[in-house]
Each structure stands twice: as structure tokens, then as C-alpha cells.
Design a protein around this ligand. Structure first.
Ligand code: FES
Length: 591
């Protein structure tokens, strides 16, 4: 440890640290542009210069490069330091007058203009951060400084395109001027392949280290191995260097964790209907035909457009059409109603009118299903607004080829079934209210858990009225849209109900089952094992010692399959033995 004084305050600092690191650790702010924790300091911008008094000498040094020494007295904001910084800012302003971060610094230090000649129409301050990250961390060496004096610039070696650049984008990511002085298209003929954010429906990009979505539980970032430079080349490791809690472990592997549990609540959710299956609606063909989930992200304040309803190629949205029941209530796709689309569509219409008050919004519906607390009232309110709610299923979406001034506009062709008229409505935006489908691998999980499914692949509950969250498999519950389409309030209510059902069993401390179970008559069992493969609940096992089948009555659901299939008649159904049934018949006949 060395004892130093910063701004008249004494600190004990670990030996080998730079003054900048020491100051930052103590929460003191020193401006920097060319410094990055993961790279060796270069001292290019000189913004971090501080006044150092040591052994009776005073000097001005870049704090990012100067190591702490015992007895140092450092001033980070003295008049001379601040005046020096202002001059550096003026020089940077002359070099990169448009760079956002330099303009911010100038504002902060009260520098209104530069006295130096603005000879450059550039945003690059020649700090070399991009070159260092490319060479030292990525190991690519795709860019270099070329020329001298005022001709100096960041460029390709020999100013010629080559194969070295992997378009990782680190050079522009680490550019400190906030203006991305390095443009990938000037460095490589490879086309950059942005990583699209799954949560933002591919409408925005994300880095290779990311948090899947803002409400993720646990809220921990993950590394996308397929796109992480370290996993591709073994280089980079910047995230490991900058992570203060030292939480990055590249050796970590996916683990299969086994837990013994008494109950399972299946809440695997749904897949949205893929509108590419209905080509008449032009999804994927016209950029302004989007799905309800894409609209959800676009209209969200935390979404890629920060809530602004804008699209590439569409200058202004003057009108929008919202199409209900896409992929629902249709013999060719899904016959069932997806339940939540009507209210979602009305909400979307309201949002568009709210954000674009001069726009016209058209809703095309088959039937409005507004069953839920306050839903009908909301629908009535929408009916009283100037949103056009038209009863009719849209036949197709086309562009308007003959009207060049309407480029980008689309025509919605539909029949108004109340008026009996064919409508052609020109719009700038079409939102497809896509339906809900079971998850693609829902049947695989059903197979593992022995859960019965509906024809479509939704999990079946034990009883729709009396046991809506239970399944025929004791201890397995379902909640949410994996059981059938549900909106958020219903999914939450069912989830809580399932959790309460599980907790009530745990709290009771004992397990009560139905008495009507199958039972093996040991003396009659021949040990043929027929019943083992037939039991859908895996309740039968084979006792190797006794060489007979055994039934676990906690798992047995009393379905009777084993009873009917036993060739030796060795399995009886408690409460339904032949003797009991004959006695019942006799009793009935006596009456
Ligand atoms: Fe130290 Fe730029 S941060 S010289």
C-alpha cells in the first residue's frame, strides 16, 4: 500500500495502480476519452492530466499512465489543471467539431468555441482506442494509423480492403467520441451481421453479452457463445477484465440439475402464430405489415424506437389497419379463438390514436369478444371514439402500384359484412393480431410428463370446472397459455391458484388420495410384466426378488388399464372388484 493525498484527502492505495485508477476507486471524477480499463493506457487525449507534487517537484502528467507513489500530493481540479483541460478541449474541438462527447465536455468546462483552426471535418480524435482494441484484444490487426502530421488517420493497412476484418464492430463500439468515427463499411467488404434482439422481435440489435429481457429472473446477463468473439477465436475477454465482481467464467458449462420434487407447475407459455402461413397478408413482403408482438415493442417506451411509431421507408403514418383473428377461428389454421386478440387490438388502436392523434385507425374483426372485467366498457368507449371498427375479415393486403406518390402505402381489401360492401382502404401500417399456438415442443414435454393434450397440443386439465389447474397426473399442475389461450390477468390468477394448490398439500404435511386404486394379488401374478408398459402413470414396477409386479398407490390414478389387461386376472381395482359390482347389480335388481 502507498499513502497518497488527492485533493487534500489522504488515501491508502494498492501499489501498482495508476493515479486515474486510484481516483476512480475513491469516487473522484477525472475526464478521459482515450482510456479504457481493458486496454493499456496510451495517453493520447491528455484530458486526464493532473498536478502531481512529489519530492518538492511539481509536474503535470496524464493520470491514466502515471503510477501512484508514496507521499504523492495530487490535485485533480486545480486552476492550472482545469485551464490545461480547456485547451485540450479546444484542440479536440478543432479536430472533431461534430463529436457528441467532445461537445458535451466543452459544455461542461464552459468552452464555447476553439481558437484553433477547424481544419478537419471529422469526428476522429486519433486516440487510437479502436486500433488498440482491434490489435490487443481481438487479435485481428485489421486497422492501423497511416500517414503523418495532419494527414494522419485510422485506416486499413495499405488503404486496401482485406480479409482480416471479422466485422466484429469493436472498433466502432469503443470509439470514444460518441460519433462512431470508425465506420465498418469503410474497412471491409464483408457485410456486418448484426445480432438481432429476440426480445425486441428482431427490430433492434443486442450485444453478445446481454440480459435476455428487462424482467428476466434471475436478472443476470448471459453470453451468446455463437456470437462472442472469445468463443470464436479465444481472444477479447474484455468483459472478464472489466467485471468488478469477477463474475465471468468462460469455462462454465450448461448443467443438468436434478431435484427431487413433490409437485410440478407447468407454465411453458405459447408460440405466436406465424403469419407467413397466410401470404395474402403480405407479412415479410411489406415492411409496414407487422405482428401484434412487433407493435408491442415499437409502441413500448423501452422498445427500439422508444415508443415512437416509425418504420424504415414510411415517412409518416397517417392511417393504420388492425386485423383481428390472424390464425385464429379459421378452419385452415386454428379453429379456436385466441381470446386476447380483440382487447389487444383495441388497445393498439387506442395507442396509435394517442401517439398519432391525426391518424385514422381501422379495425377489421369477425366478432368482438370482450369478456373480462371492464373489457366491454373499454370496447364501448372505443366504439364512441373515431376509430373505425369494421365487421369483416380482410381478404388481402396489396400495395398501390399505380400511385407513385403513395409509395409504401398499402391497400386493405375487405368486405364490410354489415354493409355488404367491398372496401379498399389505403393505409400506411398494418398490424396483424396473431393468434396463440401451443409451443412447438409442447408434445415432447407432454410425453415426458405423461400429460394428456388437446388435439391442438394444449395441456389438458383434470376437470375444466372442479380442477382447472390440476392434471390427471397427481402433483402436476398447469397454468397460463400452455393450457389454453389466456391473457395476463387470467394467467396470473391461474398461476397463483396452482401455487396455492401445491402449497396447501405441502402445508398439510400428509397426502390424501382417492381410495379407488389398482392392487396386485401377489399369489396370482405370473410376473409377465404386461402391465408395466401399459401404465400411463409409471406406477407399476417389477420386484426382482419376488418376481412379481408392484403398484405404487401414490402414483396410481385408478384408470383400470392394468386391471383390464392382466392375462392372469391378478390385478383388482379397489371399490370395483367383481364381487362388489355383482353386489351392486343385485341391489339394484332387488329394488
Ligand atoms: Fe489519459 Fe486520454 S485518458 S490521456
Amino acid at each position: 500500500m502507498v499513502n497518497i493525498t488527492i485533493n487534500d484527502q489522504e488515501y491508502d492505495i494498492e501499489e501498482g495502480k495508476t493515479i486515474l485508477e486510484a481516483a476512480q476507486a475513491m469516487g473522484l471524477e477525472i475526464p478521459t476519452l482515450c482510456y479504457h480499463k481493458a486496454l493499456s493506457p496510451y495517453g493520447a487525449c491528455r484530458l486526464c492530466t493532473v498536478e502531481i507534487e512529489l519530492n518538492g517537484r511539481t509536474m503535470y502528467q496524464a493520470s491514466c499512465q502515471y503510477l501512484v507513489e508514496e507521499g504523492m500530493n495530487i490535485q485533480t481540479e486545480s486552476e492550472r489543471v482545469v485551464n490545461g483541460r480547456k485547451k485540450m478541449i479546444e484542440l479536440l474541438l478543432a479536430r472533431a467539431p461534430e463529436a457528441e462527447d467532445i461537445l458535451d465536455l466543452a459544455y461542461k468546462y464552459g468552452v464555447k468555441d476553439t481558437r484553433f483552426l477547424k481544419e478537419f471535418d471529422d469526428v476522429c480524435i486519433l486516440c487510437g482506442l479502436c486500433i488498440r482494441v482491434c490489435h490487443d484484444r481481438m487479435g485481428f490487426k485489421a486497422i492501423e494509423f497511416i500517414n503523418r502530421g495532419i494527414e494522419r488517420k485510422v485506416s486499413l493497412p495499405f488503404e486496401d480492403f482485406h480479409e482480416v476484418c471479422r466485422t466484429c464492430g469493436s472498433c466502432s463500439t469503443y470509439c470514444p467520441t460518441g460519433a462512431k468515427a470508425v465506420q465498418l463499411e469503410n474497412l471491409t467488404h464483408h457485410t456486418p451481421r448484426p445480432i438481432l434482439s429476440e426480445f425486441d422481435q428482431g427490430l433492434a440489435t443486442r450485444p453478445a453479452v446481454y440480459t435476455p429481457f428487462p424482467q428476466a429472473v434471475p436478472k443476470i446477463p448471459v453470453i451468446d457463445r455463437n456470437n462472442c468473439i472469445h468463443f470464436q477465436t479465444g481472444e477479447c475477454k474484455i468483459c472478464q477484465d472489466v467485471c468488478e465482481p469477477d463474475a465471468i467464467n468462460y469455462e462454465q458449462e450448461d448443467e443438468i440439475v436434478e431435484r427431487e420434487v413433490g409437485a410440478i407447475v407447468v407454465t411453458t407459455g405459447f408460440d405466436p402464430f406465424d403469419p407467413n402461413r397466410l401470404p395474402q397478408y403480405g407479412y415479410g413482403k411489406y415492411p409496414n405489415v407487422i405482428t401484434s408482438l412487433e407493435f408491442e415493442r415499437i409502441s413500448s417506451a423501452s422498445g427500439p424506437t422508444e415508443g415512437e411509431i416509425i418504420f424504415p421507408g414510411v415517412t409518416e403514418i397517417k392511417s393504420a389497419a388492425i386485423l383481428h383473428c390472424i390464425g385464429s377461428r379459421d378452419e385452415n389454421t386454428n379453429r379456436y379463438c385466441s381470446r386476447l386478440c380483440c382487447m389487444n387490438a383495441l388497445k393498439a388502436a387506442n395507442l396509435i390514436r394517442d401517439k398519432l392523434p391525426d391518424s385514422h385507425v381501422y379495425e377489421f374483426y369477425i366478432d368482438i369478444r370482450a369478456a373480462g372485467k371492464g373489457y366491454e366498457e373499454y370496447y364501448q368507449k372505443m366504439l364512441r371514439s373515431d376509430i373505425r371498427i369494421i365487421r369483416g375479415k380482410v381478404a388481402e393486403i396489396t400495395n398501390i402500384p399505380d400511385l407513385p406518390e403513395d409509395e409504401g402505402r398499402l391497400t386493405v381489401v375487405a368486405e364490410d359484412t354489415l354493409l355488404g360492401a367491398i372496401l379498399r382502404v389505403p393505409v400506411d401500417l398494418v398490424i396483424l393480431m396473431v393468434g396463440i399456438e401451443p409451443k412447438k415442443d409442447a408434445r415432447d414435454l407432454a410425453h415426458i410428463l405423461h400429460l394428456p393434450c388437446t388435439e391442438e397440443g394444449f395441456y389438458n386439465e383434470k376437470h375444466p370446472k372442479l380442477a382447472p389447474t390440476e392434471t390427471v397426473i397427481e402433483g402436476i399442475h398447469v397454468a397460463g397459455a400452455c393450457q389454453f389461450p389466456k391473457d395476463v390477468p387470467d394467467s396470473v390468477a391461474q398461476g397463483e391458484s396452482a401455487a396455492a394448490a401445491v402449497l396447501s398439500k405441502i402445508a398439510r404435511g400428509e397426502y390424501i388420495t382417492e381410495p379407488t386404486k389398482a392392487e396386485i394379488v401377489d399369489d396370482h401374478c405370473s410376473g409377465c410384466r404386461n402391465c408395466i408398459g401399459l401404465c400411463p402413470y409409471l406406477a407399476i414396477s417389477f420386484d426382482e426378488e419376488e418376481e412379481i409386479a408392484k403398484i405404487d398407490s401414490a402414483l396410481c390414478q385408478g384408470c383400470g388399464v392394468c386391471v383390464a389387461s392382466c392375462p392372469s386376472g391378478a390385478i383388482i381395482h379397489r371399490g370395483y372388484t367383481d364381487k362388489q359390482i355383482f353386489a351392486e347389480i343385485e341391489g339394484v335388481l332387488e329394488r
